[in-house]
Ligand binder design. Structure first.
Ligand code: F6P
Length: 546
């Protein structure tokens, strides 16, 4: 159990000593320079400045000791070797194989996977080329102008985020749309302006049983027919991404138009698989391959760099430091890069679905806190909303600032302002402002002084990408995946299952039948029963009024 390891105990004692320190003091004088040089690491065109963390050299050494004692590298090697690291489902978690080359020789539970991966990538390339070139046409012979990805969770967040991030990178492709929510307003709003004859739907679902996705796919199919497509025409307008061939066929999609993947790909780790089909269509297959290549470079770094220079290892260790030893319940992700606006939502699923658990691999209780709440929006917008709380609020919220060195937009002056704000926020969080500084700035109203004081000592990482292109984005996302893995390894969590989503799904089915009037009231707690009655009453009133 991790919490009984000597390094864990030592870190607990060490954390107590941290209450009396302020990071500002570590930056005063020549130490500051040494600190800035020491707590920096680079790989794959990404620079991580982690000097503004509440760590000393001793903290880092203890964290590295913890990684060694928790056998993080051995667990990493087991994942790369395709062993059943997803123990509750007896599956490998081999997303690294999706961005590898066949000669890398990955095996899932002993079975080679390289040829299957290459075959599906080839299928994706042919399809993406056909759609983008206009060779793939809709039912009246015109080229596809709009692609709607219907999926949810891992079958939505990754491709949606990457398509948004790379929207300006691709040469002209079709317009991309993403529908996830079973709230009909999502699908209705998306389909309303589209021409069915030039619209293609990608139904993306690992299981092909997910309620939201199947409901949206069924309604989309009806819409095509209402818009004049025959049943036979649907083959030109629906393709599927799934592991479930039978369910795809039962839905009515020709298995020839199915892009398969495998049970060793977790939903939230799947954007590199056929789940990334919408990305390949949006930006072209060559750029999709670059995304994979950037991720592969990060895989090689994670697999081989010494722990003290290993970006995923360092970030995962810092996460556990703040969560388990300094009590931080959340982490803010602030991309100072508008195209990365959907990154926080993607990371929420990645980290919170992977490590939001209270049970260890051996079935015991974690007893150390696990996944914090991950949240955030792009800077500078967040500065004018919730940064107040991070500067002067009563909670410790570590921040990840993410920025690009090269501008994403060519509008003059904007990038400089963006970077200046990004760096200033980190500096303000670190230094704060003392009462003496407030007074020295000319504030003479003593009643005002405490309101103008910033405690400082608030930690942040700054992650700089050379530029936002497919390759660097791939590296950034693989870094996030491996960081999540390191957290899970330190907490001794199975990061690859998600049993916590099951109960709500199970309870929704009988409630749905009650609301539809096809089943009698089942036993519920009094609060839920009253909500159901209220909804039924509203439905009756709506039918009477119609
Ligand atoms: O309910 C959670 C979940 O299973 C996620 O793990 C997954 O990414 C999402 O639903 C979608 O699942 P599917 O791709 O099977 O539709």
């Amino acid at each position: 159990m991790t919490t009984t390891l000597p390094a864990w105990q030592a870190l607990r004692a060490h954390a107590e000593t941290m209450h009396h320190t302020h990071m500002r003091d570590w930056f005063d004088g020549p130490h500051g320079l040494a600190r800035a040089d020491r707590f920096i690491a680079e790989a794959c065109g990404l620079t991580l400045d982690y000097a503004k963390n509440r760590i000393t050299g001793e903290t880092l050494q203890l964290l590295l000791d913890l990684a060694a004692q928790a056998r993080v590298c051995e667990r990493r090697d087991a994942m790369f070797a395709g062993e059943p690291v997803n123990t509750t489902e007896h599956r490998a978690a081999l997303h690294v194989a999706l961005r590898a080359y066949p000669e890398d020789g990955y095996r899932a539970l002993g079975m080679p996977v390289g040829e299957d991966v290459a075959a599906v990538l080839g299928q994706m390339e042919r399809f993406a080329d056909a759609v983008r070139s206009g060779a793939w046409t809709g039912f009246d012979g015109r080229a596809i102008t709009d692609v709607v990805n219907i999926g949810i969770g891992g079958s939505d967040l990754g491709p949606r985020m990457v398509c948004r991030a790379l929207a300006s990178a691709g040469s002209a492709g079709p317009r991309m749309h993403f529908v996830a929510n079973v709230d009909g307003s999502d699908l209705a709003r998306t389909l309303a302006p589209l021409d069915a004859a030039t619209t293609l739907v990608i139904v993306c679902s690992k299981t092909f049983t997910t309620l939201e996705t199947m409901a949206n796919a069924g309604t989309a199919r009806d819409w095509f027919v209402q818009q004049g497509a025959s049943r036979a025409d649907l083959a030109r307008h629906f393709v599927a991404v799934s592991t479930n061939r039978d369910a795809v066929a039962a839905f009515g999609i020709d298995p020839a138009n199915m892009f398969p993947f495998w049970d060793w790909v977790g939903g939230r780790f799947s954007l590199w698989s056929a789940v990334g089909l919408s990305i390949a269509v949006a930006v072209g297959f060559a750029r999709f391959r670059k995304l994979l290549d950037g991720a592969r470079a990060m895989d090689l770094h994670f697999a081989s760099a010494p722990a003290a220079q290993n970006l995923p290892m360092l970030l995962g260790l810092l996460d556990v430091w703040y969560r388990s030893f300094l009590g931080a319940g959340s982490r803010c992700v602030a991309p100072y890069c508008e195209p990365l606006e959907l990154l926080p939502a993607f990371l929420q699923q990645l980290e919170m679905e992977s490590n939001g658990k209270s049970v260890r691999l051996d079935g015991g209780s974690i007893q150390a806190g696990s996944a914090p709440v991950v949240w955030g929006t792009t800077g500078t917008n967040g500065q004018h909303a919730y940064f107040q709380m991070m500067h002067q609020g009563s909670q410790l919220v570590p921040v990840d600032f993410i920025a690009t060195l090269e501008p994403v937009s060519d509008l003059p002056g904007h990038h400089t302002k963006l970077l200046a704000n990004c760096f200033a926020q980190g500096e303000a969080l670190l230094r704060g402002r003392t009462a003496a500084e407030v007074r020295s700035e000319g504030v003479s109203d003593e009643a005002l002084v405490p309101h103008l004081v910033f405690e400082g000592n608030r930690p942040s990482n700054t992650l700089l990408l050379r530029r936002l292109d497919p390759w660097h984005l791939g590296a950034l996302l693989a870094l996030a995946e491996h960081r999540t893995f390191v957290q899970g390894a330190l907490w001794q969590i199975n990061s690859f299952d998600q049993w916590g989503v099951e109960l709500g799904k199970k309870l929704a089915a009988p409630i749905q039948r009650e609301l539809e009037g096809t089943a009698a009231a089942a036993p519920h707690d009094a609060s839920t029963a009253a909500l159901i009655r209220r909804a039924q009453a509203a439905q009756s009133a709506q039918s009477a009024a119609a």
